[in-house]
Design a protein around this ligand. Sequence first.
Ligand code: ZN
Length: 397
Amino acid sequence: MHHTETSKQKLSSAGEVQLTAEQHPLIGSIGEVSAILESLQSNRLFVVIDKPAYHASGADAVLEPLFLQRTTTWFTNFELNPKLVDVQRGVEAYRDCQPDFMIALGGGTAIDLAKLIGSIAVQAESARDIATGRATIEVPGKPLMAIPTTAGTGSEATHFAVVYVDGKKYSVAHPSLLPRYAIVDSTLTASLPKRMTAATGLDALCQAIESIWAVGATEESLEYASEAARLAFGNVVIATNSPTPASRDAMCRAAHLAGKAINITKTTAPHALSYALTSRHGVPHGMAVAITLAPMLAFNAGVTDQDCTDPRGAAAVRDRIAGILDVLGTDNVEDACASIKNLLQKIDCPTTLEAVGVKTSDELQTIVDSVNVERLSNNPRRASQNQLLHLLRNTIP
Ligand SMILES: [Zn+2]
């Protein structure tokens, strides 16, 4: 649990906060939800909840009485990975009940859906147009409290949300999408199944590492990302294979800090490459990202001034990559890649594209064709389609 003195102070000034992308959600533990709702005098709730996670996390015991005391509209039946149809259904339900506060509980899907529903419901433009970037968010939605029950996405700390439209992945970004409150409480992750702990923990690790080498990296983001990478690398195997309260707690902190880091920097090549692996090959998000982490680390470590996309130059990128190697406990790239591969194997994450069903050149080409150009431009070393193909072919033995 992360109930610190500063979080207490932050919570007590909750009422007057005007959020921008640079600001942060107010952090509390599950026991504080009641006081927050009281202080806001919130009586009409719209809750986006992953039902299995609601019960498995034990959040039901705390939240159920609070929901019963208020007019609460539930939105619960949605698929894994946010889809436009679910956003559209949610927007209709939201408009019918006109809530004064929103709560999202679950993994990244529930939190991203809540961000999109709460925001799109108060815009004039259609959900489809906003999701696909043809229209923009103009007015902020009602405040949102995000309660993650996985330690991975960090969505509670970011101002963007992923949505799939006709199988294609989009990211909607707006400062007002940043949740007002984040309940980061590791007790909620105590019963998280092994495979989900692994996949979500890898998302946190990759987000942290990508954030360190990202073109968008700042001094502030580096602080969050370095700490997140250290915590995730040091704890994801224990949290997956023999979880302890301390390792669960460390992973929750890692995920939240990685979220704060990518809220500033956004992600890079491994994320850009991952979305087709998830939508076409059914690979859980964090694992889909992790598969290309080591090859991209090796690639980015070879950055030169000729192919560097960071205006600060190749030496500055190499400095940050040295910081990543340090977290991985080595000073050479080959060992670092071996160490990532070893970690993936320990938690049963596939380490090759072949292992997740990408077997032919055509299939590989489809993955590379699907890459989001904007995310790729945030990678510190320019990568042509051919370079990506070559790089990824090496992961197919
Ligand atoms: Zn991610």
